[in-house]
Design a protein around this ligand. Sequence first.
Ligand code: 5GP
Ligand code: MN
Length: 315
Amino acid sequence: MFEKMISALCNAEKIGIFTHTNPDGDAMGSAYSLKLVLEGMGKQAAVFLQSHPDSAALHLIFKGADSALDKSECDLLVALDCGDSKRLGEDEAFFLSHANTVAMDHHVTHQPFAKETVVEGISSTCELMLGLYRAMQVPLSGTVARNLYIGMVSDTGNFKYEGLTADTFRAAAALVEAGVDFAEISKKLFDTKTMEYYHLMRIALDRLSLYQDGKIAALYLSEEDFQKAGIEESQAPGIVTLPVSIEGVEAGIYLRRRGSEYKVSLRSAGKVDVAAVAAVMGGGGHVRASGYSVFQTLDPQDIIEDAIEQLQKQL
Ligand code: 5GP
Ligand code: MN
């Protein structure tokens, strides 16, 4: 399944790696692992990020990992963990106009936009990358293994989401065998929060509301809320699971403003397929975690009502 991907990578000399805006652990881990693998093959490679990673911990882990490469000189562009071309943000037009592009992704809702694509609905893009590196027969360095583990642990919620397969645990075991310090990674990614994060959490707890007999919970945080807490929206990823963590709630909505758009994140407790709902609204994602953007200037409450209208069809 990786043949075309491997020949594209082997035939290129200067490779630009792209991922989605507000990159999460899977985006960062897959992108920087590929950069290292390609450099190990004697190629020039660089990760072109659209924005800072979605947590301070990720920012610290990957600080200084960049190398200089002129974007316009790349003879191959790779998109990782991007469900559709819009998720490339400002690099979308550049990517789409390039003659030689490939994409690897694990979103079941993936809408192909590259010349060559590998999609498999597994835990993470990082798990898919591990399959690729095995097919390429490249040795797993400690840092490559660490980066892949960061992606797997991020997209599985520290190996606790439903739908996890034995294959994913086996992939993780291979990374642990390669020397990954899993305890250190989990501590950095999941168990360390800033005081500002808890200020925001206090505001968020006040703002939670229940709908549909407590089966849907929604949370809207305004720009002022983030200012008051002293934290950027992109640095508070854990807030998103707050609504769905309430007992009896089947679907959670988290709404916030991101520049000129409203960002809606949906989470399901299991029964509701939020990937289908996001797809109807022009977004995508996974059965239990999905999202979409609203570009009109609507009242936040109206955006929440629209999401509820779609979600309740599945209750
Ligand atoms: P999050 O709510 O954490 O931003 O995203 C949850 C999942 O939904 C992720 O897998 C993400 O890729 C996907 N997702 C979020 N927003 C969008 C969007 O606007 N378009 C698409 N296609 N997928 C999205
Ligand atoms: Mn992912």
